[in-house]
Design a protein around this ligand. Sequence first.
Ligand code: MV4
Length: 604
Amino acid sequence: MFKKILIANRGEIALRVIRAAEELSCATVAVYAEVDRDAIFVRRADEAYNLGGGPPADNYLNIEKIIAVAKRSGAEAIHPGYGFLAENAAFSAACEEAGIVFIGPPPAAIEAMGSKTRARELMKAAGVPIVPGTTEPVATPEEALAIASEQLGFPIAVKAAGGGGGKGFRVALSEQELPDAFAGASREGEKFFSDPTVYLERYLPDPRHVEIQVLADRHGNVIHLGERDCSIQRRHQKLIEESPAPEWIVTPQLRERIGAIGVEAARAVDYVGAGTVEGLLQGEEYFFLEMNTRVQVEHCVTEMTTGIDIVKEGIRAAAGEPLSYSQEDVVLRGHAIECRINAEDAAKGFTPAPGRISSYREPTGPGVRVDSGVGAGDEISPNYDPMVAKLIVWDADRAQATARMLRALREYEIGGLTTLVPFHRALLATEQWAKGETCRDLLEDRDWLRSTAPEQAPAAGAQSDPGRELIERSYTVEVSGRRYDVRVLGEASEQPLAAATGPALARTPRPRRAQRAQSNGGGAGGPDTITSPLQGNMWKVLVKQGDAVQEGQLLCIIEAMKMENEITAHKSGVIAQLPISEGAPIAAGDPIATITAAEGADGG
Ligand code: MV4
């Protein structure tokens, strides 16, 4: 085993790796950006090195600096966590060159899976089922049209070869839509991955996102730890994950079959460490989608149902040790659910809601696990992933795990910040969740420019019960193109998810709430001005100066940390100023739009 490892990451995953290392009696080295100087993971590591300030390129993504620190500190290996350098083949290769072990697969495996066309070709050759479509890039819209109409049919998915996780993914319902879908996917591929190459897949109408956790060592052993169902996503960001999939979706026989597919996929690229084979399940048919060559955010649910520490196994494998488990040792027990607790405002199209945590108390008790890297007084920076924590629960079955999650969500106290806690409470209480329903028609992918301001439920009837101070709120929430009608009983004082939902609710009298980090109340631009909650690049501007807009209407999309962040109007009125342009960088606090009251506009 290694004596010392460096963790090239931040936040909860850095802490998660530190914990695993400690249990393996392995010393830890943290590296951090200036803004993270007081972060928990920095304090918890045995040693910590400041990589300096600036954008991630200057610190968490800076291969040279990180390798220099590894050498100086005497770390024998580097764990990349997820995001940042985790799937960077050049980094894996640079580690190898510097004589440092990369805790993850060899560069060739990262590279093979990084190109989605290459991966499809390899999987096809290995007998792994892929979604019907092309394994070669499709050069022109005309060629795409010919393949779609002659071989695959409509609807058809156009995907960027450099993509993954839904970036550069467009759907064309008909021939007419194909040119736009082709151009959109290609443009996005170029923008995010510097690769305009696209390929085609038959569009599956109602799949579930089911992925297989695999573990591989350097001795040719590959096992799977069952599946995770991650079908609750929004704009390809997973929000809730569970393991196993609902029992009426994945039977033990199906699990065995898709597990073997995961193992085959990993074998085909000589995988080492912890990895995930993502796929689509359409009825009983399973299709390879892509492989994530790293530990994933949602690995925890699998740890809960298998009792296997995935991060420790990954470190052991990198150190050359054989896996601690054979396939027969892997026994799934009970059901685990994970909710991602993001600093986001679900009612405003999941806009980032960065800020400082004023008070903080994590849920505890039987079957509850919280993986977080923050505490009271910490700031959720607009410059990083908005995930505050992951709340994971385990119980004997799905229904009980749901009840336990609802209990844990009620216990969770995060003061001073708008988070997805109310969203999760609302969603997990729906009948749709209980039935395991997900995305029926993925409207979001073709109408991605449309405002996601949810269609309004009848205005919130504030039926307060004076005795218990409870009021019922009803509203609609859209996840992955599927609408959930939600009614919640909550305390009157509670920050309701519905408080900022669009126009209909705006008409009902409600306490005025500060536009957290979005409008600079009283600042230079005045309360009419909405400001950027984060730093990034202006990706799409959907309104013009002079346009009349409704509260909640989509104004623009800011790309930051490879995520599309939708900025919606904080009130109804007319766009008086719009000092933004597509492609331009934008900083947190920069004005986006000034909206002034207009006659006839719904002023709320
Ligand atoms: C698809 C698809 C339908 N047909 N591919 C890609 C990235 C991942 N976030 C989901 N992706 C999808 N790829 C084909 N050929 C539908 C999705 C999809 C999805 C699938 C299952 C559950 C939820 C989903 C939400 C959005 C998109």
